[in-house]
Design a protein around this ligand. Structure first.
Ligand SMILES: [Zn+2]
Length: 261
Protein backbone atom coordinates (compact mmCIF):
# COMPACT_ATOMS: atom_id res chain seq x y z
CA UNK A 1 0.00 0.00 0.00
CA UNK A 2 2.76 2.44 0.93
CA UNK A 3 4.59 1.80 -2.34
CA UNK A 4 1.53 2.77 -4.30
CA UNK A 5 1.02 6.01 -2.35
CA UNK A 6 4.64 7.02 -2.69
CA UNK A 7 4.59 6.37 -6.42
CA UNK A 8 1.55 8.59 -6.89
CA UNK A 9 2.77 11.44 -4.70
CA UNK A 10 6.46 11.66 -5.64
CA UNK A 11 5.88 13.38 -9.02
CA UNK A 12 3.93 16.10 -7.24
CA UNK A 13 6.84 16.59 -4.87
CA UNK A 14 9.36 16.89 -7.68
CA UNK A 15 7.24 19.16 -9.84
CA UNK A 16 5.89 21.28 -7.04
CA UNK A 17 9.09 21.32 -4.98
CA UNK A 18 7.01 22.43 -2.03
CA UNK A 19 6.56 19.23 -0.10
CA UNK A 20 9.71 18.25 1.78
CA UNK A 21 10.46 14.61 2.36
CA UNK A 22 9.82 15.15 6.06
CA UNK A 23 6.42 16.62 5.37
CA UNK A 24 5.73 13.82 2.93
CA UNK A 25 6.42 11.18 5.54
CA UNK A 26 4.13 13.06 7.93
CA UNK A 27 1.44 13.11 5.30
CA UNK A 28 1.79 9.40 4.75
CA UNK A 29 1.89 8.40 8.41
CA UNK A 30 -1.29 6.88 9.72
CA UNK A 31 -1.86 9.78 12.11
CA UNK A 32 -1.06 12.43 9.50
CA UNK A 33 -4.03 11.60 7.32
CA UNK A 34 -7.23 9.69 7.87
CA UNK A 35 -7.04 6.01 7.09
CA UNK A 36 -9.92 6.42 4.67
CA UNK A 37 -8.01 9.04 2.69
CA UNK A 38 -4.84 6.96 2.75
CA UNK A 39 -6.77 3.97 1.45
CA UNK A 40 -8.43 6.09 -1.20
CA UNK A 41 -5.07 7.49 -2.24
CA UNK A 42 -3.64 3.98 -2.52
CA UNK A 43 -6.48 2.50 -4.51
CA UNK A 44 -7.09 5.34 -6.92
CA UNK A 45 -3.56 6.76 -7.13
CA UNK A 46 -4.73 10.10 -5.83
CA UNK A 47 -1.87 12.52 -5.32
CA UNK A 48 -1.83 15.01 -2.49
CA UNK A 49 -2.58 17.74 -5.03
CA UNK A 50 -5.62 15.82 -6.24
CA UNK A 51 -6.71 15.26 -2.64
CA UNK A 52 -6.68 19.03 -2.06
CA UNK A 53 -8.35 19.73 -5.41
CA UNK A 54 -11.13 17.27 -4.62
CA UNK A 55 -11.66 18.97 -1.27
CA UNK A 56 -11.44 22.56 -2.56
CA UNK A 57 -14.25 24.75 -1.17
CA UNK A 58 -15.74 25.44 -4.61
CA UNK A 59 -15.89 21.72 -5.42
CA UNK A 60 -17.45 20.60 -2.17
CA UNK A 61 -20.61 22.67 -2.03
CA UNK A 62 -24.15 22.34 -3.35
CA UNK A 63 -27.22 24.47 -2.84
CA UNK A 64 -30.22 22.78 -1.27
CA UNK A 65 -33.34 24.87 -0.61
CA UNK A 66 -31.22 28.04 -0.76
CA UNK A 67 -28.64 26.76 1.76
CA UNK A 68 -25.02 25.99 0.87
CA UNK A 69 -24.42 22.40 1.94
CA UNK A 70 -20.96 20.81 2.09
CA UNK A 71 -20.54 17.54 0.22
CA UNK A 72 -17.25 16.13 1.62
CA UNK A 73 -18.84 15.48 5.01
CA UNK A 74 -16.45 12.88 6.39
CA UNK A 75 -13.22 14.34 4.94
CA UNK A 76 -10.46 15.37 7.37
CA UNK A 77 -10.40 18.73 5.56
CA UNK A 78 -14.15 19.39 5.45
CA UNK A 79 -14.73 23.16 5.65
CA UNK A 80 -17.70 24.15 7.80
CA UNK A 81 -18.42 27.80 8.58
CA UNK A 82 -21.15 30.43 8.38
CA UNK A 83 -21.39 29.96 4.61
CA UNK A 84 -21.11 26.17 4.58
CA UNK A 85 -23.60 23.88 6.33
CA UNK A 86 -23.63 20.26 7.39
CA UNK A 87 -26.94 18.43 6.87
CA UNK A 88 -29.08 18.19 10.02
CA UNK A 89 -28.98 14.40 9.66
CA UNK A 90 -25.17 14.14 9.52
CA UNK A 91 -23.58 12.06 12.28
CA UNK A 92 -19.97 10.87 11.79
CA UNK A 93 -19.86 7.08 11.45
CA UNK A 94 -16.75 6.39 13.51
CA UNK A 95 -17.18 8.36 16.73
CA UNK A 96 -15.12 7.08 19.67
CA UNK A 97 -14.18 8.45 23.09
CA UNK A 98 -10.48 9.40 23.26
CA UNK A 99 -8.69 8.07 26.34
CA UNK A 100 -7.74 11.48 27.75
CA UNK A 101 -8.67 13.47 30.89
CA UNK A 102 -11.94 15.41 30.68
CA UNK A 103 -13.04 18.39 32.77
CA UNK A 104 -16.14 16.45 33.86
CA UNK A 105 -16.89 12.86 34.77
CA UNK A 106 -19.39 10.36 33.48
CA UNK A 107 -20.38 9.38 29.95
CA UNK A 108 -21.43 12.07 27.48
CA UNK A 109 -21.80 12.31 23.70
CA UNK A 110 -19.52 15.36 23.79
CA UNK A 111 -16.56 13.18 24.78
CA UNK A 112 -16.58 11.69 21.28
CA UNK A 113 -14.51 12.44 18.18
CA UNK A 114 -13.94 10.73 14.85
CA UNK A 115 -11.42 7.93 15.34
CA UNK A 116 -8.55 9.59 13.44
CA UNK A 117 -8.89 12.77 15.51
CA UNK A 118 -9.32 10.86 18.79
CA UNK A 119 -6.12 8.88 18.21
CA UNK A 120 -4.19 12.05 17.38
CA UNK A 121 -5.58 13.85 20.43
CA UNK A 122 -4.48 11.00 22.70
CA UNK A 123 -0.94 11.54 21.42
CA UNK A 124 -1.18 15.30 21.98
CA UNK A 125 -2.36 14.78 25.57
CA UNK A 126 0.41 12.24 26.22
CA UNK A 127 3.00 14.78 25.00
CA UNK A 128 1.46 17.50 27.19
CA UNK A 129 1.63 15.25 30.24
CA UNK A 130 5.27 14.47 29.50
CA UNK A 131 5.99 18.21 29.40
CA UNK A 132 4.20 18.73 32.74
CA UNK A 133 1.26 20.50 31.07
CA UNK A 134 -2.14 19.74 32.58
CA UNK A 135 -4.82 19.90 29.88
CA UNK A 136 -8.37 18.65 30.03
CA UNK A 137 -10.85 18.11 27.22
CA UNK A 138 -14.13 19.98 27.64
CA UNK A 139 -16.30 19.42 24.57
CA UNK A 140 -15.95 17.43 21.35
CA UNK A 141 -18.70 16.05 19.11
CA UNK A 142 -21.99 17.92 19.18
CA UNK A 143 -25.10 16.85 17.31
CA UNK A 144 -27.15 19.22 15.15
CA UNK A 145 -29.95 19.15 17.74
CA UNK A 146 -27.59 20.03 20.61
CA UNK A 147 -26.04 22.89 18.61
CA UNK A 148 -29.54 24.18 17.84
CA UNK A 149 -30.38 24.25 21.55
CA UNK A 150 -27.07 26.01 22.41
CA UNK A 151 -27.51 28.71 19.76
CA UNK A 152 -31.12 29.38 20.71
CA UNK A 153 -30.21 29.62 24.40
CA UNK A 154 -27.36 32.07 23.62
CA UNK A 155 -29.62 34.15 21.37
CA UNK A 156 -32.22 34.34 24.15
CA UNK A 157 -29.68 35.31 26.81
CA UNK A 158 -27.26 37.56 24.90
CA UNK A 159 -29.16 38.61 21.79
CA UNK A 160 -28.76 37.18 18.32
CA UNK A 161 -25.82 39.42 17.28
CA UNK A 162 -23.62 38.26 20.17
CA UNK A 163 -24.79 34.67 19.84
CA UNK A 164 -23.78 34.75 16.18
CA UNK A 165 -20.19 35.79 17.00
CA UNK A 166 -19.66 33.38 19.85
CA UNK A 167 -21.66 30.30 18.91
CA UNK A 168 -22.43 28.53 15.68
CA UNK A 169 -25.85 28.11 14.17
CA UNK A 170 -26.96 24.48 13.87
CA UNK A 171 -25.27 22.84 10.87
CA UNK A 172 -22.47 25.41 10.97
CA UNK A 173 -20.53 24.03 13.94
CA UNK A 174 -17.25 22.21 13.47
CA UNK A 175 -18.14 20.18 16.52
CA UNK A 176 -20.69 18.30 14.38
CA UNK A 177 -17.81 17.03 12.19
CA UNK A 178 -16.28 15.09 15.10
CA UNK A 179 -12.90 16.67 14.25
CA UNK A 180 -12.89 19.40 16.92
CA UNK A 181 -12.33 19.52 20.66
CA UNK A 182 -12.48 22.38 23.15
CA UNK A 183 -9.57 22.13 25.59
CA UNK A 184 -8.87 24.04 28.78
CA UNK A 185 -6.90 23.89 32.02
CA UNK A 186 -7.31 24.20 35.78
CA UNK A 187 -5.51 27.57 35.62
CA UNK A 188 -8.69 29.13 34.16
CA UNK A 189 -11.12 26.80 35.94
CA UNK A 190 -11.61 24.82 32.70
CA UNK A 191 -13.46 27.80 31.24
CA UNK A 192 -13.54 28.36 27.49
CA UNK A 193 -12.30 31.93 27.51
CA UNK A 194 -9.64 33.94 25.73
CA UNK A 195 -7.43 34.20 28.84
CA UNK A 196 -6.63 30.50 28.31
CA UNK A 197 -4.41 31.66 25.43
CA UNK A 198 -2.15 33.49 27.91
CA UNK A 199 -1.66 30.54 30.24
CA UNK A 200 1.31 28.22 29.91
CA UNK A 201 -1.14 25.47 28.96
CA UNK A 202 -2.71 27.61 26.21
CA UNK A 203 0.73 28.56 24.89
CA UNK A 204 1.82 24.93 24.91
CA UNK A 205 -1.32 23.93 23.01
CA UNK A 206 -0.75 26.58 20.33
CA UNK A 207 2.91 25.59 19.90
CA UNK A 208 2.38 21.83 19.88
CA UNK A 209 -1.06 21.18 18.36
CA UNK A 210 0.23 21.14 14.74
CA UNK A 211 2.69 18.31 15.54
CA UNK A 212 -0.32 16.09 16.16
CA UNK A 213 -2.42 17.33 13.24
CA UNK A 214 -4.45 20.06 14.96
CA UNK A 215 -4.82 23.78 14.32
CA UNK A 216 -6.15 26.57 16.53
CA UNK A 217 -9.10 27.02 14.21
CA UNK A 218 -10.24 30.53 15.19
CA UNK A 219 -7.03 32.53 15.45
CA UNK A 220 -6.33 35.94 16.95
CA UNK A 221 -6.82 38.68 14.36
CA UNK A 222 -8.57 36.25 12.00
CA UNK A 223 -12.11 37.13 13.01
CA UNK A 224 -13.04 38.56 9.59
CA UNK A 225 -11.77 35.43 7.84
CA UNK A 226 -13.27 32.79 10.12
CA UNK A 227 -16.38 34.68 11.24
CA UNK A 228 -15.61 33.89 14.87
CA UNK A 229 -13.90 35.52 17.82
CA UNK A 230 -10.45 34.25 18.84
CA UNK A 231 -10.83 30.81 20.46
CA UNK A 232 -7.49 29.59 21.85
CA UNK A 233 -9.28 26.53 23.27
CA UNK A 234 -10.81 25.16 20.04
CA UNK A 235 -8.59 22.74 18.11
CA UNK A 236 -9.51 21.16 14.80
CA UNK A 237 -7.93 18.04 13.30
CA UNK A 238 -6.71 18.43 9.70
CA UNK A 239 -3.72 16.04 9.65
CA UNK A 240 -0.07 16.69 10.49
CA UNK A 241 1.15 18.02 7.14
CA UNK A 242 -1.73 20.44 6.57
CA UNK A 243 -1.71 21.61 10.21
CA UNK A 244 2.01 22.36 9.82
CA UNK A 245 1.48 24.34 6.61
CA UNK A 246 -1.46 26.33 7.96
CA UNK A 247 0.55 27.24 11.06
CA UNK A 248 3.78 28.01 9.20
CA UNK A 249 1.99 30.24 6.70
CA UNK A 250 -0.25 31.77 9.41
CA UNK A 251 -3.41 30.98 7.45
CA UNK A 252 -6.97 30.09 8.31
CA UNK A 253 -8.40 26.79 7.05
CA UNK A 254 -10.51 28.87 4.65
CA UNK A 255 -7.38 30.48 3.15
CA UNK A 256 -5.39 27.24 2.95
CA UNK A 257 -8.11 25.26 1.19
CA UNK A 258 -9.01 28.21 -1.03
CA UNK A 259 -5.46 28.63 -2.37
CA UNK A 260 -4.85 24.98 -3.13
CA UNK A 261 -6.79 24.47 -6.32
ZN1 LIG B 1 -15.23 24.66 20.03
Amino acid sequence: MHKKIVKSIIPTVIIGSVVTSLALSSFLSSTGIGKAEAAAAASSSLSFTAFLENNAPNRTIKTVHGLNMVTNLSSTVVLVNKQRNLPSSYVPQDLVVPQIPFSFSGPSPKKQMKRVAATALEKLFAAAKKDGIDLKAVSGYRSYATQKAIFERNARNKGEAVANKTSARPGQSEHQTGLSMDISSASVGYALEQSFGNTKEGKWLKANAPKYGFIIRYGKGKEKLTGYSYEPWHVRYVGVYIAGEITRQNLTLEQYLGQSH
